[in-house]
Design a protein around this ligand. Structure first.
Ligand SMILES: [Zn+2]
Length: 74
């Protein structure tokens, strides 16, 4: 009796893991989220242009793509 339950539980666990492992959503996510933080793109809060984090200007918690936008935004 106990063996039977264990066997069924084992089969369910096996199917469960196969079901969860099959979708490659996680792998795709890892692939797209691969770029390092230095190359992260941030949106300029004035003109909406995406600029690399290292080239953007951070002022009072907002990112600006250029000094022009910095002056416009403040
Ligand atoms: Zn801008």
């Amino acid at each position: 009796m106990i063996l039977k339950i264990l066997l069924i539980a084992g089969v369910i666990a096996f199917v469960y893991f196969m079901f969860i492992k099959k979708p490659s959503v996680r792998d795709e996510r890892d692939g797209t989220k691969a770029p390092p933080k230095v190359d992260d793109m941030v949106e300029c809060c004035v003109c909406g242009v995406y600029a690399p984090l290292k080239d953007s200007i951070l002022s009072s918690g907002k990112y600006y793509c250029s000094k022009e936008c910095l002056y416009k935004g403040e």
